[in-house]
Write a protein that binds this ligand. Structure first.
Ligand code: WTA
Length: 646
């Protein structure tokens, strides 16, 4: 924990929408009178028919139900595009920066309108209607945003699947939500390397079945297999349709999208977000947390396959009529200065990235940063994992030239938008702390028995009441929704995060307390990696835990027991790594695989992960009580053969 404080710069307090006094007043109002507060701020978006009800939510055991603005009628694409046309038709909505620095595009709001309307018409001609699920498996090109907004325009529910996921993972997500239509590209391009998206889609469809149409955007131009009657090129289909496409009237609680995310058990869950509350929440957090003023250039480096991309590349910025930058490439290609070169090239004012990227860039030293100007930057943001104070300080001093506040935003796929974050004109900063709750957000810390921790202390982070951007259910499995988030503590939403609160009431997220890993800001369930491992013919048993990793935040440590008669070898280790990458995707690559003759189990056969975690963390001096183990001897072998973290 760092005890340094960075006070709000005077010019920020003066220019920001919210200063300290206003934050306190607004926060107070949002807690004392949520109806009044959200009733007022709900009007920041356009409603075809206004709502008369604001909040109708319950976290009560067995009766969890979350509804916001439930009788209002609106459309997200209308709010992100059409509403801006009278004033902003010629303003740039999306700046696209290609993987290769020679490629870029500027898309105005009028052009965005036309492309999205065409895309919607292409989908409509393929039978897509309100409520249908459409899977989007795309690289970071403007067509990914068009596809999402086209779905929103028609009232179809999009499910964006990150382009780094394997055909198997994609197939599982297609099947779970029953998508009949897939939108993809021939290939993706990242760091000069091609990603075979269409090939993956073909494989996934072979596994999942039930897909009737595939719309393929040409990105690299490499030849791909097109199945007649099923597959169509986007440019061919778009040439046949007009740019007229009315926006479907959507109830506030009609679904907007499903986004799959990892939990501590089983397969990924389809987090469902709906229309009205989500848009109010992401548009409001975008404006206040980034203190966005008209004309500024905002760059969020996430991929649209993650929630950060949904909320802060596409929906939040566009709902505010902002200019949002979309980057196809990676931070280190073609040079280690790429991020800052992009900042200079497009005069980026607000830059939002993940700690893992900062730690990687930090290793390359200050020179690749300092050789660029970055004079346009005013505000920096961080998201996805705890930011260590060293990375925070480096970000502030080297990237921001000691001039730009940093907003460390804590949130989750489930929360829709940021819940704990500084406001740059209102909040004194402490490196490593996400600071204070956003309006309407009521964090609470509980101990293992559910007792409330008052004042300074540490515990499990829960939320006492609903906010408009909250997920509504797990798609197709409301029981799992209640079980996952509302069963640990009655009447509370359980985040799965541990957290400390200091004497000033600042929140310090300490990381997941469940079996979810956060590897380079990507969420992964240990159970997912384990089931991929045991699906290999030579593996009898596997247990996966996280360990501290200098760049990734957490690395993946796998303990593997082989089938009888199979010999452990470095080659097999490599094969298992390749296998997991193939089963799930490169983000799940195990960093360390330790072959173990046995795993520590209780007498009832439950693997004691606590012990495995300690060994992986190199803290086997403090293994705690091992007396309940069926065979305490296995621990000695595990400790002796422990692998060193790289
Ligand atoms: C972690 C990403 C500390 C946390 C938006 C959370 C963070 C999980 C922060 C959600 C932060 C996210 N500080 N930890 N600023 N932001 N996390 O669903 O453990 O991909 O529960 O959403 O990331 O990851 P998800």
């Amino acid at each position: 924990m760092s005890d340094k404080i960075y006070p709000v710069p005077a010019d920020w307090a003066a220019r920001a929408y919210v200063d300290k006094a206003r934050y306190e007043a607004m926060y107070q109002a949002s807690i004392e009178d949520p109806e009044g507060f959200w009733g007022e701020h709900g009007r920041r978006i356009h409603w075809f028919a206004p709502y008369t009800k604001v909040k109708n939510t319950s976290f009560a055991p067995g009766a969890v139900s979350i509804r916001w603005y439930e009788d209002g009628i609106t459309n997200v694409a209308y709010n992100c595009i059409d509403r801006h046309l009278p004033e902003r038709a010629d303003q740039v909505a999306i700046i696209w920066e290609g993987d290769d620095p020679s490629e870029q595009k500027h898309i105005t709001y009028q052009e965005l309108h036309d492309e999205v309307a065409r895309f919607a018409n292409v989908l409509r001609l393929r039978g897509v209607e309100k409520g249908d699920r459409v899977t989007i498996y795309m690289p970071m090109i403007p067509e990914a945003a068009y596809a999402m907004l086209a779905c929103a325009r028609l009232g179809a529910i999009h499910s964006v699947v990150f382009g780094g996921f394997s055909p198997d993972s994609l197939a599982g997500r297609i099947t779970d939500c029953g998508s009949k239509v897939i939108i993809t590209a021939d290939e993706g391009l990242r760091g000069g390397r091609k990603i075979p998206l269409k090939i993956n889609v073909d494989e996934a469809i072979a596994i999942a079945g039930g897909v009737e149409h595939v719309v393929v955007v040409r990105r690299t131009g490499s030849p791909v297999n097109m199945v007649p009657g099923r597959d169509v090129w986007w440019h061919d289909a778009a040439a046949l349709v007009t740019t007229e496409c009315p926006c479907e009237e959507m109830g506030a609680e009609d679904p907007l999208f499903i986004l799959y995310t990892s939990g501590s058990t089983g397969k990924p869950k389809g987090v469902l977000h709906t229309t009205g509350g989500y848009l109010v929440y992401v548009s409001m957090t975008f404006q206040y947390i980034f203190d966005y003023h008209g004309g500024e250039i905002f760059w969020c480096t996430a991929d649209v396959g993650w929630v950060t991309g949904h909320s802060y590349i596409v929906y939040g910025p566009l709902a505010n009529g902002a200019t949002t930058l979309m980057f196809e490439g990676i931070p280190t290609y073609p040079t280690k200065s790429r991020m800052w070169e992009v900042v200079d090239k497009h005069k980026v004012n607000i830059f939002y990235t993940a700690p893992t990227a900062l730690r990687a860039l930090m290793q390359a030293g200050d020179e690749p940063v300092k050789s660029t100007s970055r004079a346009s930057l005013r505000l920096l943001g961080s998201v996805g994992e705890p930011i260590n104070p060293e990375a925070w300080e480096w970000y502030h001093r080297v990237v921001g030239d000691d001039r730009c506040p940093i907003v460390d935003t804590w949130w989750q796929t489930e929360t829709g938008g940021a819940l704990i974050s500084p406001l740059p004109g209102a909040t004194d900063l402490k490196p490593g702390s996400a600071t204070l709750p956003f309006f309407g957000v009521q964090p609470e810390l509980l101990d293992a028995d559910g007792k409330v921790i008052e004042g300074a202390g540490a515990g499990n982070l829960v939320l006492k009441d609903s906010w408009p951007g909250q997920m509504r259910t797990v798609y197709g499995d409301h029981a799992r929704f209640m079980e996952t988030y509302f069963s640990a503590y009655p009447n509370r939403y359980f985040t799965g995060d541990g957290c400390r609160r200091d004497e000033d009431g600042y929140y310090w997220i300490t990381g997941r307390v469940d079996d979810v890993l956060n590897v380079s800001g990507h969420r992964l369930g240990t159970a997912e990696v384990e089931s991929a491992l045991v699906a290999h013919e030579y593996v009898s048993e596997a247990a996966v835990v996280g360990y501290p990793h200098d760049i990734k935040g957490q690395g993946i440590y796998a303990y593997v027991t082989l089938m009888v008669g199979v010999e452990a070898s470095d080659q097999l280790r490599k094969d298992l790594v390749t296998w997991v990458r193939h089963e799930i995707g490169p983000i799940a690559t195990p960093d360390l695989i330790q072959f173990a003759p046995g795993l520590p189990k209780t007498r009832s056969g439950k693997i004691m992960r606590r012990i495995l975690r300690k060994i992986a963390e190199d803290e086997h001096g403090s293994l705690g009580d091992t007396s309940t183990l069926a065979d305490p001897g296995v621990v000695d072998d595990l400790v002796t053969n422990r692998l060193n973290k790289r």
